[in-house]
Design a protein around this ligand. Structure first.
Ligand SMILES: Nc1ncnc2c1ncn2[C@@H]1O[C@H](COP(=O)(O)OP(=O)(O)O)[C@@H](O)[C@H]1O
Ligand SMILES: [Mg+2]
Length: 235
């Protein structure tokens, strides 16, 4: 099991953003997280990656307890992420953004030049490799951030709405790469609003509402579940 979460809780003032979430992700599994805005999806990723400290509960990555650890220490265990609003190093070149991901990860440096070239070519960013990342469009910055997270060949990849603003061709390419990474053992947790992507990418989906998991299972069933439909309609 690459990720085990048990009874995780995080409040902000009176808002119970994550309110007793338990979840397991197996090695190589691709799991979707859906739910209306404000249901706690991003907070869950921030807890797993150490950006927020849980109020209660436990998080283990590959059997090691990580709740309370700092983000860099969790990243060093092979957990990579992207942000809902991309955070690239705007004044660094595209290539230097990728190099930054490898700075603390000796293992991932092997073959990294080739990997960077392949990924950048796949997403039409190779010609921009010497440009400051701040010159890229919003969609290109999102892709750069995804590529940066992939550079380290993580055990666990956490993607927060990665397909927002991406064209269908790039979405298809993203799927291919995630499947390649799955075959190399990477597990992916993907927060996604595009239900076609959820059905297409994910073996299992977890639906959240008001900080809790309200349904879990294969995508087709979860998306048709009345509690999930009701949560989106705000009933
Ligand atoms: N840093 C924060 N400070 C205060 N409230 C927050 C913070 N992060 C998230 N929240 C609140 O927690 C709830 C869940 O937010 P979030 O996890 O971003 O939801 P989602 O990603 O599902 O849209 C929301 O009510 C949001 O306003
Ligand atoms: Mg969010």
């Amino acid at each position: 099991m690459v990720l085990v979460i048990d009874q995780l809780k995080k409040s902000f003032g009176g808002v119970r953003a994550v309110n007793g979430v338990s979840l397991e992700v197996r090695d190589g599994e691709i799991v979707g997280i859906i739910g209306p805005n404000g249901s706690g999806k991003t907070t869950l990723i921030n807890l797993i990656t150490g950006y927020y400290e849980p109020d209660e509960g436990l998080i283990e990555v590959s059997g090691k307890r990580i709740d309370g650890m700092r983000p860099y220490a969790i990243a060093a265990l092979g957990v990579a992420r992207t942000f809902q609003v991309p955070r690239v190093f705007k004044r660094l070149s595209v290539l230097d953004n990728l190099a930054a991901a490898l700075a603390f990860n000796r293992r991932a440096r092997e073959g990294s030049e080739e990997r960077a070239r392949d990924l950048l070519k796949t997403f039409d960013l190779w010609d921009k490799r010497h440009e400051p990342a701040g010159n890229l469009s919003g969609g290109q910055q999102r892709i750069l951030e995804i590529v940066r997270a992939m550079m380290t060949r993580p055990q666990l990849l956490l993607l927060d709405e990665p397909t927002a603003g991406l064209n269908p061709l790039f979405i298809a390419k993203l799927k291919d790469i995630l499947l390649d990474m799955k075959n190399e053992g990477t597990s992916t947790l993907i927060v996604e609003h595009n239900m076609r992507v959820v059905v297409d990418f994910c073996e299992r989906v977890v639906a959240m509402s008001e900080g809790q998991i309200i349904a879990e299972g294969v995508p087709a069933e979860v998306l048709e579940s009345p509690v999930v439909i009701d949560s989106y309609l705000g009933r």
